[in-house]
Design a protein around this ligand. Structure first.
Ligand SMILES: [Zn+2]
Length: 272
């Protein structure tokens, strides 16, 4: 942990831990600084008690959240409080991974993004802005297995905050926040498969597989293949199958069904 020159309260010279020291009264207090990547006027932050994880105020998802430059938030941080980053604002999604494999995969497929190591020392918070992301639910199916993609109504403890163990929520990739589209994002987190190059192999998400894998997603062409039914489809039929408009992989969409798919795509997947 770095210590600044006593009395130096300027923002310069603060390391990537987001921590600095500030001279308050007779003692030096560790202060938290919100990093540049999060200083966007569309993002919102909440007050979290010193070494705690949960928001202090009620109604933090609606009323009691603040811009990075809010004076109350700044005072709170100056007094050694923790803070939380609200997910869902401006498409902000934080992938909370307990499993290092997931963190690796995310980096490999989506690129290096702003990453914070949890103050517990276990797991990472990977920050993304996801275009077309509307709900958390599309990530829930394998949520348990992969960790969670935190979105609207959720928050994560912000970088620079201190965990109850004393560990710092430390920035490990001090890079910009990656912007990805929702299809790319869901192909990574909504489907439990194995990557081979651009292909993702797994069990058919609609009718499953009795043994092994029977389903492949070509993540570049955005096409899927069901090897049991010997058929192939694109995004529209995937949505139709997922939402029960079609019952079997080889089924074809009628014009009316196609219009309903467009509707679903608008409502659930941010299609414009
Ligand atoms: Zn099939």
């Amino acid at each position: 942990m770095r210590s600044n020159i006593p009395g130096n309260t300027s923002l310069s010279g603060i390391g990537s831990t987001g921590q600095g020291t500030e001279h308050v009264g007779d003692s030096f207090v560790m202060t938290v600084n919100i990093p540049q990547q999060l200083k966007r006027t569309e993002f919102r932050f909440v007050l979290v008690s010193k070494r705690a994880k949960a928001p202090v105020e009620k109604q933090w998802t609606t009323i009691n959240n603040y811009r990075f430059d809010n004076q109350m938030l700044r005072n709170w941080l100056a007094q050694g409080g923790n803070y939380g980053v609200c997910c869902g604002y401006r498409g902000l999604v934080v992938v909370d991974s307990d499993d290092p494999l997931i963190a690796e995969r995310s980096q490999e497929r989506l690129g290096v993004t702003f990453r914070v190591r949890s103050g517990s020392g276990r797991g990472f918070h990977d920050y993304f802005t996801v275009e077309g992301m509307h709900k958390k639910e599309i990530f829930e199916r394998d949520g348990k297995h992969l960790g969670e993609a935190q979105f609207v109504g959720q928050m994560v403890v912000g970088p620079g905050s201190i965990h109850s163990s004393g560990g710092i929520y430390e920035i490990v990739n001090d890079t910009p926040i990656c912007n990805v589209n929702v299809q790319k994002f869901t192909s990574l987190y909504d489907f439990n498969g194995n990557w081979r190059g651009r292909y993702l192999h797994g069990k058919n998400p609609w009718h499953g597989a009795r043994t092994g894998t029977n389903f492949t997603i070509d993540t570049e062409a955005n096409l899927w293949t069901c090897w049991r039914c010997h058929c192939r489809g694109g995004v529209a039929r995937a949505i139709a199958l997922k939402h029960g408009l079609l019952a079997n992989c080889p089924d074809v969409l009628s014009k009316a069904e196609y219009r309903r798919v467009i509707d679903l795509a608008k409502r659930h997947y941010g299609w414009k």
